[in-house]
Design a protein around this ligand. Structure first.
Ligand code: ATR
Length: 276
């Protein structure tokens, strides 16, 4: 029987994960089937169990189930524990479920591929929600000079920074107290989804700085346009998406797929099909 994997989300219809993992499987000669499943909002755990009973070996988890997936796991990796959410479920040989989160590794891998220096860098992260919590540990592991989290609700950024303070030089605050310059600014707010820009001051970027948006689309996000106008090199989150998928694939199959050709295909697809 072919090994089965899937992505769980609600909605899940537009997920690129089946295309990404099918391309990885072809590239690495791994025999597997990867589909998209939309559990009912109140039925995530039952849907995972039914998937496992039908031979499922692992899954990706996306909104809004990442926290529920975290709660159902029998075992968690340290980085998943820190994140409080999982995006990768692994059915172990003993039948137990292990959870991991590969979003941060996907982000760091994408930044490395783009030649963005993290060691010794001054990093600003915008947002203090689940998406940001999931990437702080891998970012801090790169030993930046400092990492500041700025958020609309300052108290959330301060609490988040306190949770990670044992891992490095991390601080938190509101947008009004924000002062640059930074080598790298990462937008992890969901503001881009609504075409909005957090209230950012001038002087945020050093010369040669990079700006990264964890979101992506056919067109640059408002944040990336704003950063481009101020001279920063801009990168959207498509590489992070493919990168986190590659990390999950590695956890399941023990083989590391090549991100570059899959990213290139997705990019062409995005540009050919502007969002309506
Ligand atoms: P996610 O899983 O995408 O992180 P989340 O946990 O709901 O979603 O967090 C959304 C983040 O985007 C938060 O940091 C939120 O700021 P608040 O904590 O103040 O709510 C931020 N956000 C959403 N819309 C925003 C906007 N228009 N401007 C600035 N920040 C915004």
């Amino acid at each position: 029987m072919t090994d089965r994997y899937c992505v769980f989300g609600h909605p899940v219809g537009h997920s690129k994960s089946p295309a990404i993992h099918s391309a990885f499987a072809e590239q690495t000669d791994e025999a597997l089937e990867y589909t998209a499943i939309e559990p009912p909002l109140e039925g995530f755990s039952a849907t995972w169990r039914a998937f496992v009973d039908a031979g499922g070996r692992g899954a990706n988890v996306t909104a809004p189930f990442k926290e529920e997936a975290y709660r159902l796991c029998d075992a968690l990796t340290p980085r998943a524990k820190r994140a409080g959410a999982v995006n990768t479920l692994i059915r172990q040989a003993d039948g137990l479920t292990r959870g991991d989160t590969t979003d941060g590794a996907g982000l760091v891998g994408d930044l490395r591929r783009r030649g963005v220096r993290l060691a010794g860098a001054r990093i600003l992260v915008l947002g203090a929600g689940g998406a940001v919590r999931g990437v702080l540990e891998p970012l801090l592991a790169e030993a930046p000079a400092c990492l500041h989290v700025a958020n609309r609700t300052a108290a959330k950024a301060e609490a988040l920074a306190a949770d990670f303070a044992d891992l490095g030089e991390v601080t938190g605050g509101g947008f009004e107290a924000l002062e640059g310059p930074y080598d790298l600014v990462i937008n992890g707010t969901s503001a881009s989804l609504g075409g909005e820009l957090p209230p950012l001051p001038e002087g945020l970027f050093v010369a040669g700085a990079s700006a990264y948006d964890m979101m992506y689309g056919a067109e640059p996000t408002v944040f990336l346009r704003w950063a481009d106008e101020r001279g920063a090199a801009t990168i959207d989150g498509l590489g992070m998406l493919v990168g986190q998928a590659a990390e999950s694939f590695m956890l399941w199959r023990g083989v590391r797929p090549d991100v570059a050709p899959v990213l290139e295909t997705l990019r062409r697809g995005l540009q050919a099909m502007p969002e309506t």
